[in-house]
Structure formats: C-alpha cells, structure tokens
Write a protein that binds this ligand. Structure first.
Ligand code: ADP
Ligand code: ZN
Length: 741
C-alpha cells in the first residue's frame, strides 16, 4: 500500500514477483512472475491492471504489491500476460476505500476493485477518454499553390477547400468518396487529423436563482461551509422534517465547495424515481454535472467515469455505486435520505453506500452530510454520542405546515376495496376542494391471496414458500419472489369450487377508486405500471400538471417527491408495517409513516394524513403521532440496547443455500464450529424465514459481537478456512445486514 504511485510519481523498485488482486472469491492475492525484459517495454506499477491467466481463462487483475520471493517456485508461477495500464487506474483514495471495503465486508479485494470500475474496464479496455477527431488542412494544404496540385482530383480539391475554411468532424465525412479523398489529402500532407480535448459532461443550466434561505437553513449551510473550508473530516447529520428544504442546504454547501475549486459527490437512494431532484440540481448549478443513473449503457458509463477521473465533472450525482466514482479534489459528499435501505447492496459485495461514503470522507478529510427526515438508528446514535455533528431543520419554508394526522380504527368496519367510509369521505372532501390525494399501499397486484371458498386451497408458488399474487388485468398468478407466473385456474384444482381473492393490492384499489370517483383521473405507480421506459416520467408529469388527482402507489411514490397540490395522504394498511417481523421492522415502519405523510401539505394547501389500522393503540403508532419521529426513534434505540441489537452490537449474517435444507444447514454447522469464539455469540444454523425460494433451500447463521472491530477481526481470521469448507452449498457473508430475510 505504501508504494502506491500517486500522480506523476512512479515507484521504480519492483520485485520479480507481482502479487495480483484477481477477480476470484478467494480472500488473498495470487503471485505472478514478471518476465524480463519487461513486457512491451512498460514498467509495471502498483494499482495498474494486468492481464493474467486465472485457472483456464484469462482475466484482468490489479497489481497489489511486488515481492522478492514467493512460496511457489518460479517454474510454478505463471507469468503476467500483459500490462494494461501504465499508471494506477484508481486514485489512491479509491484504492484505499476498496481495500477497506474488502476487509470490512469480508470480500476479495480483487472483486471489490472490479465492482468499483465500469464493466468495460473490467474487460481490459484502455482507460483513455477519446476526444472527438476532426480533419483539418495542414499549413501546406493552406498554401496558395495547394489547389494547383489537385487540378485533376476535383473531390480532393473540394474537400480541401472545405477543410481550409473550417475543421470537419469525422461524422461529417461519411461518404465513401469523401473518405477516400481525405486519405489522399493526408498522404499528400495537405490534410491531417486532430483530436479535440475530451468534452466534459453536460453543464447545468443555472436558470433558477437560489431562494432566500430561512434562518435554520442558513445556519446549517454556514456550518457546512465552514467544514468545507476547514478541510477536515466532518460527518454531519442534517435532520430536517420532510419539506424543510434540505436540498437547498445541500446546494448551498455544493456551491461553497465549487467556489473553493472542489468537486462534490451526491448519493441518492434511487435516481429514476425522482427525476425532479436531478432537474432541480440542473436548474441551479452551472458546472458540468455527471448523473449516473441506471439507464446508461456500458459506453456511457465508461465515458462518465473517465470524465470524472480527469476532473471534467464537477458534480457527480448517483446511487450507491457512485461512491466509487474517482473525483479529483473531492471536497464534499452528500448522502440524501441516508436511512434508505437502497444504500445497502443486497448481493455480491454487500456494502452500504452510506457507510463507504463516510469512510471515503475520512480518508480524504472532507465533510460528509447525511440528510434525512428520519435518521437511521445507527446515524442517530452516532449523533447522540457526538461522533457526528447534528444540524436540524424543524419547519417548512413559507406557509407550508406539517400535515395533521388522523388514525382510523377499522376494526369491525365494512371496508370497500380496503377503504373505510371515513377515509372515503376525506378523499371526497379533498378532491372537492381541488387538492390531490395519494393512497399508499405497499402491495402491487390485485390481491395477495387466491383461496378456494369450498376447501381452503391456496394458490402457492411451487418453487418458493410463498403465495401467488393475483394479477387481474392479465389474468395471471405471479410469485413476487421468484417471478414465476401461470394462468389463473377457473376453479379450485382440488375440489372444483369457486376461488376468491383475499386482501387488496394497488391494482384493486385503482379499480375501486375508479368506480367511486369516475370523473377523477387517477394514476397508479408501482413496478407493474412503470416497466416501460418513460412511463414513470409521464405518470409523474401527469401528477405535476394536476391532470391526475388520485394517486395510488407503493413505496415508489412514497419517497422524495414534492407535489405541491397534494393535500391528503391515505395509508391504506398500516398494519402491514406494524406487524413486520424483522428486527428493523419497527424502525422501517416509523420511517415509512413519516416519509409517506411528508408528501402532504408541502405548499400552501394544508395537509392531512389518514392512517387505517386494526391496531390504533399500538405504542409505536401512538408515540409517532403524539411525539413524532425523534421520540419514537429514541424509544426504539432503548429497545435495541436492551436486546443487544445494532447499533449497540455488530452483526453479520452467514447465508447458505443449496438444493436441500440439510446441505445448507450442514455447511453452516461446520462454519459455526470454525467461527465459534468467546467474543462472539452465534444463533443458528436455522432455516431462513423464507426457507425455499426459487427452488433453493436457504439457511442462516447469525454472528453477533459487541462491536464492529471484534466482529471484523474474527470473521477475517476464519475467512480462508470458510472458503475451504467442503459441501455443495452456495454461501455469502452479509456484514451489517439490512434485514435478516
Ligand atoms: P426536503 O428535501 O427537506 O423534503 P425540499 O428541499 O424538497 O425539502 O424542499 C421542499 C420545497 O420547499 C421545495 O419545493 C423547495 O423548492 C421549497 N423551498 C426550500 N427552501 C426554500 C426557501 N428557503 N424558500 C422558499 N422555498 C423553499
Ligand atoms: Zn416463487
């Protein structure tokens, strides 16, 4: 690590052996021989990509260090096949970040490095940003007598005249004959190709001036500006109620960073859901902005990454993986909606984008802002223990006020499509006074259960421990866990009696509302209605334009949106969240309730929230309504402390899956024997809460320690042996799991 060549400095000392971080799951690097004379006359450096033979295939790895000796003899070692880069591919802070991630998440360094770079670079493509090529006339081509030489080549003469007047992009010389003419002109020394410097990503338009910040926003912005100029690691929780204008505070801080010739990185949970947020950044900033969204193809991704690395992007906005974007002079990282579990990667390298943002901030000694209305318990505890500074925004700007909350006790009530009379009346009232209404139901499809009225048969997925969801529009039963689908049987396959649905999904809710409010246009936003490209954008637009006034949606509609005319939010089934079984279930519910409610009353129209539940006296619900999120979070923190759960303990989940439960559990039993230690407490092996999924049986082992360092140390010390355990199970380690499912 110490020999990492920082810009311009190339470490001359190399050994005859290169340790290479390879794209293999094994938790150590492999030795390769550096042949003499050096390949292609290039000097190998730490951090450069190399082509190597890995098993029977060729792969791209990174030189991690050099060594004089190896435990293998020179004859046993394979040579490095080719040097891909002549300098380190990643800036030093990212290299170190990857190293940290590998150790913390118990993942092979080589795989972390792969994760950190665009797909095309993983394949060995040259890391160079190509400028656009132009053809132009040379001085000889511009000389007075140049055209005389071409009296018998009219095509060439024509092109030369053109190239003397102006340079011409290669796309402009598309005709065969013209291309031939250009070749001739170049051979004659009359024309040449020049490369323009690479272009930066598109700049923001800066059409909107910043609003006058209110006192709280201003003081939060000032604190962040100080932190930026101080050039110190400054983790900061910006806790601002929904609609309090956190984005304006970010923008003020970003402007300060830019004014100091620094760049800024903004991480969002999901970009595609909130195109509006990006639009706001574009309206306000005038610097080149790189937006890393999921719609980019491999080439665009590579270009963006290289633009960032070359310092051409001044602001980068992206989802969790954008934490790996190389950015010279990075001066500020913002993590918006830091509590959102979308920051946690759920497969492969199971990292938290938020936590890596903090690590990167620490490595670079810069401020990291975690913004949210509903801080995660982890972040809240850090703020309480003064490891993070804590800034607060407690009011909405202008005349906007937080919404009034109302609980509707639906026990014993007649519901129509899941809606109580009282909720129905509220909807009617708000529509009559010109407001928009949002119904939140986190369950897509028509109904979650299709059951036989005669014998109680339930339509269940063959491959999972799960029921099929009934989708009426296309007459299908779908498993939401494995994607399996089939046509709805007309009658019960067991007794031939009639099949009936139970419960409601968004598809049904949409129909019920269409019946009751036939004159009001509605829009449903869930994964089923937004599959087609552009459909989410057009739906959001119909909300913003006021065309659609009844909005039905899952969590896709619950986050981050700012709809000024939205005055009523109905939480159709709060029980779903209140009964969640996971250890983070209550925290999730509290965050969801506050976030969903926060969509109402964001401008002049006063907002109202109606919460339907069978458990109106639920203590968590009560405390949320009476005292708000902070009080609820404090109560949840106390419970976590008593139960020794994160953030008061560190946990990792070892998951295994196989074609039988026995195989999966047998692996974990061996793993448990290996890991066992007095500093750790183990729970399991036990079947996963959803044991069978997509025809695989899943089991898990929970490993718990008092703190992260202890957990990390013990896992790391056993990792190699874990990889050597026999058995046919596929397994993974999830450090700081988002949930235990
Ligand atoms: P948050 O992200 O905290 O939920 P936003 O940043 O989306 O809130 O701001 C909510 C609304 O208030 C937006 O429409 C924004 O333009 C507006 N807003 C924010 N700050 C101000 C301000 N100081 N003056 C006027 N309007 C503001
Ligand atoms: Zn299934």
């Amino acid at each position: 690590m110490d020999n990492y060549p920082t810009s311009g400095k190339i470490a001359a000392k190399t050994g005859p052996i290169a340790r290479v971080a390879t794209p293999s799951p094994l938790p150590y690097s492999l030795d390769y021989r550096l042949t003499e004379p050096l390949i292609d006359g290039k000097i190998p450096v730490i951090g450069a990509r190399v082509k190597i033979q890995l098993g029977r295939r060729y792969a791209i790895g990174f030189i991690e260090s050099f060594a004089e000796t190896s435990t293998f003899s020179s004859a046993q070692l394979k040579p490095i096949s080719a040097l891909v880069d002549q300098s380190p591919l990643l800036p030093y802070d990212l290299w170190k970040l990857c190293h940290w991630a590998a150790r913390y998440y118990q993942h092979a360094f080589g795989l972390v490095l792969q994760k950190a770079i665009p797909v095309l670079l993983r394949g060995g493509q040259v890391a160079k940003l190509d400028g656009k090529q132009f053809a132009t006339a040379t001085p000889a081509g511009r000389a007075d007598d140049a055209l005389d030489l071409l009296s018998r080549a009219p095509k060439q003469a024509e092109l030369l005249i053109q190239l003397t007047a102006t340079r011409c992009s290669m796309a402009g010389i598309s005709e065969r004959k013209q291309q031939a003419a250009l070749r001739e002109l170049r051979t004659k020394g009359l024309a040449e190709l020049i490369e323009a410097p690479p272009t930066p990503p598109e700049a923001g338009v800066g059409t909107h001036p910043a609003p006058q910040l209110n006192t709280e926003q201003q003081s939060a912005a000032n604190r962040l500006k100080q932190a930026i100029t101080a050039e110190k690691f400054a983790p900061t929780l910006l806790e601002g109620i929904t609609g309090s204008g956190k984005t304006e505070v970010y923008l003020a801080a970003i402007s300060e960073a830019l004014a100091n010739n620094k760049t800024a990185l903004i991480l969002l949970p999901e970009i595609s859901l909130t195109p509006q947020v990006i639009a706001r950044f574009r309206e306000r900033l005038t610097v080149p902005m790189l937006v890393l969204h999921s719609g980019l193809n491999d080439n665009q991704r590579l270009t963006g990454w290289l633009q960032a690395r070359e310092g051409l992007a001044k602001v980068v906005i992206g989802t969790r993986s954008a934490v790996f974007t190389p950015l010279p002079d990075l001066g500020l990282i913002v993590v918006d909606e830091e509590h959102d579990t979308a920051f946690k990667q759920q497969d492969g390298l199971r990292y938290s984008g938020r936590d890596l943002a903090l690590v990167r901030g620490q490595l670079l000694e810069i401020p990291v802002v975690l913004g949210t209305a509903t801080p995660s318990l982890e972040t809240l505890l850090n703020a309480q223990q003064q490891r993070y500074s804590h800034l607060q925004l407690t009011e909405r700007p202008g005349s906007a006020r937080p919404p009034a909350m109302q609980v509707v006790d639906i026990r014993g009530q007649q519901l129509q499509g899941g809606l109580s009379t009282s909720a129905n009346n509220s909807i009617r009232q708000h529509l009559a006074s010109g407001g928009q209404v949002m119904l939140f139901l986190n369950r897509r499809g028509f109904a979650p259960v299709l059951m036989c009225h005669g014998c109680g048969y339930c339509a269940e997925c063959d491959d999972c421990d799960s029921r099929y969801t009934f989708h009426q529009r296309d007459g299908k039963l779908r498993c939401h866990h494995c994607g399996h689908q089939r046509y709805v049987p007309g009658k019960c396959p067991d007794c031939n009696a009639e099949l009936k649905t139970h419960g409601q999904g968004t598809e049904q809710l949409e129909q019920v509302l269409a019946d009751q409010f036939p004159d009001v246009q509605s829009v449903r936003i869930d994964r089923d209605t937004t599959r087609r490209k552009g459909s989410l954008e057009s739906k959001l637009e119909s909300i913003r334009s006021g065309e659609a006034r009844l909005l039905i949606g899952t969590q896709m509609l619950a986050k981050g949106h700012d709809f000024p005319e939205l005055s009523l939010v109905v939480m159709v089934d709060a029980d779903q969240g209140l009964l969640a079984a996971d250890f983070r279930g209550s925290e999730r519910f509290a965050q969801q309730l506050v976030q969903v409610s926060g969509r109402a009353g964001r401008a002049e129209r006063p907002g109202e929230v109606v919460i339907q539940t069978h458990r109106p006296q639920d203590p968590l619900l009560q405390i949320l309504l009476k005292e708000g999120y902070s009080a609820a979070a404090t109560k949840l923190l106390t419970e976590r402390k008593t139960a020794c759960w994160p953030p008061y303990a560190a946990v990792a989940l070892l998951r295994a899956e196989a074609s039988s439960l026995e195989t999966a559990e047998a692996f974990l039993l061996e793993a448990a024997k290996l890991i066992e230690h007095q500093d750790l407490s183990l729970a399991g092996p036990q079947p996963a809460p959803m044991t069978k999924r997509a025809n695989r049986y899943r089991a898990q082992l929970l490993v718990q320690a008092n703190d992260r360092k202890v957990l990390q140390k013990h896992l790391a010390s056993r990792l190699q042996q874990l990889h050597q355990l026999p058995g046919a199970a596929r397994w993974s380690i999830d450090v700081d799991p988002a949930d235990l499912y």
